[in-house]
Design a protein around this ligand. Structure first.
Ligand code: UGA
Length: 354
């Protein structure tokens, strides 16, 4: 099987590559802007890497040639950092819709199956949050791929620039399916966590990554962990390994997985951000063998200060994953404490603290 993998050095891409290259039946043409997370794979006989922006004129021409040889295209390239949604909305819209729609066109022209990583963020806020019913009615917050309305806030709340661009791309893919018989599979990830997610702020880069890296950075740099708007938002955390199991099964079962949209998440791992911060500091204290971290400072911060104007939060993301479970014979297995323990241990080792 020959795969064109766009974004092969990102968080999901590097884990997927690790899995697929263990098997002999995959040949991967990988593209990314850099190769930091996958340098060790560059000599592999089944891996052909191009370091370039696929949409630059020359690159796009060679992509067009390469695509004729592959069985499928997996697109994992995206800007998915909430701190940018309200501060760099043009880049976010451009990279998540205007740029990528050309890849979708290419797949349609050449009749290639497109497996595309979208986002659970396209559900927006739950209906429960507008009704203020304290999540009494499950039908107002459980997220079902083909039934739940996609609810986004007003235009001035630029947080939704990302969700809106990703939603439009899903609609674009589906329109190509409808009008041009494009085969597609859309994945909606629910907070995949694991080693090499984002970067540790203050150590591996600057700025504000997603919550796992923010909290880890706070622990490693001895700074407070900040709970945005009280840390009430709830997320279901999914191990990257469970997520890769699901993606591998999607690849291996085209008979059922083509032309479907899948939530990939773990409903057993729901936490508020406050609970997440508390869990992370206690696991950090245990692994680092330093009880002081049990009292590591956790402080609340207004989202306007943390992210700036125009930030609005998804209140809760509880997916219905029955479609993925039934079609793919898959179920997520790794519980939140184990996910956090693996990830924290990885970073403690990486930064010579263990
Ligand atoms: C992000 C992306 O927008 C999604 O596309 C992506 O699917 C998702 O991550 C994911 O990882 O699957 P979100 O869950 O809002 O969505 O991203 P985070 O930045 O990890 O934020 C989670 C929650 O933690 C938010 O409520 C945020 O306000 C809060 N947070 C973040 C804190 O309380 N403290 C921090 O230091 C950082």
């Amino acid at each position: 099987m020959i795969i064109l993998l766009l974004g092969c050095s990102g968080f999901i891409g590097s884990h997927l590559l690790t899995r697929l290259l263990k098997k002999d039946n995959y040949r991967i043409f990988g593209w990314d802007l850099e190769s930091k997370k996958i340098d060790h794979f560059l000599p592999s006989k089944n891996f052909y890497f191009t370091q370039a922006d696929v949409l630059a004129k020359d690159s796009f021409e060679s992509l067009k040639k390469q695509i004729t040889d592959v069985d499928m295209v997996i697109n994992l390239a995206a800007i998915c950092n909430p701190a940018m949604y309200n501060t760099r909305p043009l880049d976010v819209i451009k990279s998540n819709f205007l740029d990528v729609h050309q890849i979708v066109d290419l797949c349609a022209t050449h009749g290639k199956w497109l497996i595309h990583a979208s986002t659970s963020e396209i559900y927006g806020r739950t209906l429960s949050s507008y009704y203020n019913d304290n999540y009494a009615d499950k039908s107002l917050y459980i997220l079902k791929e083909d039934q739940t309305p996609l609810v986004m806030g007003p235009i001035r709340n630029q947080r939704w620039s990302y969700a809106c661009a990703k939603q439009l791309l899903e609609r674009y893919i589906y329109a190509h399916h409808y009008e041009n018989s494009l085969d597609f599979t859309i994945i909606r990830p629910l907070n995949f966590f694991g080693p090499e997610m984002d970067y540790i702020p203050g150590i591996e880069g600057d700025g504000t990554p997603r919550v796992l890296a923010c909290f880890l950075g706070a622990l490693l740099n001895n700074e407070p962990m900040y709970l945005v708007d009280g840390g009430r938002a709830r997320r279901t955390i999914t191990s990257i390994h469970d997520a890769i199991d699901a993606i591998e099964k999607i690849i291996e079962r085209p008979g059922v997985s083509k032309n479907k949209i899948y939530n990939i998440g773990n409903v057993n791992n729901e936490v508020s951000m406050k609970e997440l911060a508390e869990k992370m500091r206690s696991i950090f204290a245990k692994l680092y063998d330093n009880a002081d971290y049990l009292n590591h400072p956790i402080e609340e911060m207004d989202s306007k200060i943390f992210y700036g104007e125009g930030y609005e939060d998804c209140d809760r993301r509880m997916p219905d994953i029955s479609l993925a479970m039934n079609d793919l014979d898959w179920s997520p297995k790794i519980l939140i404490n184990d996910i956090l323990e693996e990830t924290i241990r990885y970073y403690l080792k990486k930064h010579n603290k263990l």
